[in-house]
Design a binder for this molecule. Sequence first.
Ligand code: GLU
Length: 393
Amino acid sequence: MLFSGPHSALQSVSTIVVIKVGSAVLAPQGELDVRAVAALASDIAQACAASRDATGLPLRPVLVSSGAIASGFRALGLQTPPKTIVLKQAAAAVGQARLMAAWGKAFAKHGLTTAQVLLTADDLDHRTRHLNARNTLCALLDQGVIPIINENDSVSFAEIKLGDNDRLSALVAGLVSASRLIILSTAQGLYSDFATKGVGSPIVPVVTSLSQARALVTNSTSGVGTGGFGAKLDAIAIAAAAGVPATIAGGAVPRVVSRLLAGEQLGTHFPLSTRRVGARKRWIALASRSKGTLVIDAGAARAILRKGASLLPSGIRHVEGTFTRGATVDVREESSPGAIARGRVAYDASEVRRIAGHRSKDIASLLGYVYRDEVIHRDDLTLLPADADQEKP
Ligand code: GLU
């Protein structure tokens, strides 16, 4: 059944923690480091045992593991990470199998079973596939299996690519309503003065404003990974919008996961509070991709932002892009550059162009039919967090 209710894994208090591990942690020299994999598997297994003892509730870890490309390119005879998409895909196909074999073996030593789940942006974009992915993940968790997720690199191309696994991990954290997202990287956290002191500068322990964090970031990547710190902050904003607090910490720190889950202060914690919205609205805002933009006037923007109103044709000034009925589109106020909301349209782009600026009662005479009075009903409309930047209450 595709649209079954929330799975039991989602009904209980969430003990689901999404742990993202970067390529540079797992394959620092462009070779999978099985000792790093073994150390993390043992750490996660210990954390599972400790949580069972302490709370009676088992920790349910979901791993988002990068490292497919980094583990596979040398086997293709390449000396440096590939630059072309085709070679990246080939390297990922070789490396993903090696990566999963290493995780499987490492967790098996602790009596734990792993499962490979490969996703593309498309899988998170389509509501049905999105729900299928969620049901599969929850079924795995209910069976005590550790899902290990990566982007399906060997079939992903620019159009359907998520881009980086930081973003994937945040979307997955929202998908499974995780209680926490832990991003493990070669960085030990957010450095307070990376620009002048580099990795020697102190780590900021807690960040409650993403824009302040962005000001500290110089956008450098570690070489083998895709992310960079800017991508991590983008991911944290996505997680925050889904109500999931995040932590960035060093992946090579001994027992990092167990220590974080035991409450130890390590790395940088981002307890950004945003409204918790329902799973469907969250999917509209974050996972589904926008196919166009409705540019609206100030009055309509006020009604949406302040009163939670639906978007009527009368407030629409312009339509950008081509989209079908049911597509996800951005909603932007005409005088500002960024989208304020995102929603699912009841009319296609050419229909919206014809009814824009008119009253709902005129839809019938303009189109010859009426699907509904609203172009985007309030139930299909989600406000976008400006920068997921609300301060902690
Ligand atoms: N999916 C890629 C891999 O496993 C990594 C993407 C990323 O590091 O963000 O090689």
